[in-house]
Design a protein around this ligand. Structure first.
Ligand SMILES: *Cc1c(COP(=O)(O)O)cnc(C)c1O
Length: 340
């Protein structure tokens, strides 16, 4: 293992942090990605008329590399991110990226920046692949050239000094995504749309926005950039992957663990906002937050405490089981770990 960078690992947050290198390739008019390779981390040059800058022809991924308890670097289910980036590219008329090509790029960046991966239990190396339309395109049309870039940043654990249940506001003023729109892919435009609702929520003292479904506001959709779950007795429910729900890798993993290891009765279906108020537990999942409980939900000026407002037992168990697999503290019977 490479000697680690001299970084204050105990005080890492979640932010941009320059590393050694990033991976870049281009795809011009003939539709094939070139060989690509590592370049020094830093600013890049781009046309002011680039499709991504003018019309939002861009998508991204988010994943983490960990220093595991076996003293090696590992990825978590990168083939799921490969599949999703391909779906995202397709939806935005961008050339698809094959699984092998994608995973090779990730491996090259992580290996070259291995000394930036936080030590065991101190967080992870956040990996950010992006695909952008970079050719100048003045009229609204798919660009004729694309850039695939992968950069990384060491990040600390999302919560320092214990997990704090989230305080959410269920929004009647904003939707995250429209049915038949681009909510089911990681298109950059979904996140620019979320800036104002989240800023307002924070100004009002909430942590995040709980979005309701655009086509039926009785139903919940997701929390900003995390999927949502509710447990009532032995039932665990999360919104089904239809319309604008983002298919989270963490969501998929938690569904499996809940069914196989906790014996919960798992349903992907409609999730009524009203049912959350009387749930035994509500939590959300994502690469950044891993699994985070929801303590309070405010709707129409009324605040509902979920059970006693603390992290519930299923959330605690599921989070532990997931983290133990990710950090190789427990046997990975699913084949989710991908050694770097
Ligand atoms: C990325 C993302 C998630 C979580 O997906 P993971 O693969 O678990 O990180 C959930 N919802 C939205 C809107 C997202 O962008």
């Amino acid at each position: 293992m490479k000697k680690k960078q001299n970084i204050d690992w105990d005080n890492l947050g979640f932010g941009v942090y320059p590393t050694r290198s990033m991976w870049k390739s281009t795809n011009s008019i003939n539709g094939e990605w070139d060989k690509g390779g590592l370049i020094p981390y830093g600013n890049i040059e781009i046309s002011p008329a680039a499709g991504v800058l003018n019309y939002g022809q861009g998508i991204f991924e988010g994943m983490k590399a960990y220093h595991s308890s076996k003293d090696r670097l590992v990825l978590f289910r990168p083939e799921m991110n490969a599949k999703r980036i391909s779906t995202s590219c397709k939806r935005l008329c961008m050339p698809e990226i094959s699984k092998d090509y994608f995973i090779n790029a990730i491996l090259e960046v992580v290996r070259d920046n291995a000394d930036f991966v936080p030590p065991y239990n101190k967080g992870g190396l956040y990996i950010r692949p992006v695909v952008w339309g970079t050719a100048p395109t003045l009229g609204v049309a798919p660009a004729s050239e694309y850039t695939f870039l992968v950069y990384t940043a060491p990040v600390g654990p999302y919560f320092r000094g214990g997990i704090k249940p989230l305080n959410l506001i269920a929004s009647e003023s904003y939707h995250r995504a429209a049915p038949k729109g681009i909510g089911h892919v990681k298109a950059i435009g979904n996140y620019s749309a979320s800036l104002e609702p989240v800023r307002k929520a924070k100004e009002d003292g909430f942590d995040e926005v709980l979005y309701l479904k655009a086509e039926d506001e009785r139903l919940v959709e997701e929390v900003g950039s995390a999927n949502i779950f509710m447990r009532k007795g032995n039932q665990l429910v999360t919104p089904r992957l239809a319309g604008s729900i983002l298919p989270g890798v963490t969501r998929n993993s938690i569904l499996k663990l809940a069914q196989d290891q906790l014996g919960l009765d798992v349903t992907e279906g409609d999730l009524l906002l009203e049912d959350l108020f009387t749930a035994d537990e509500v939590f959300c999942t994502g690469t950044a937050v891993v699994l985070t409980p929801v303590g309070h939900i405010t709707y129409r000026k009324k605040t509902h405490m979920i059970k006693d407002g603390n992290m519930g037992e299923a959330a605690t168990e599921l989070r532990k089981k997931l983290v133990h697999i990710q950090l190789e503290k427990k046997e990975d019977s699913y084949g989710w770990i991908y050694p770097v």
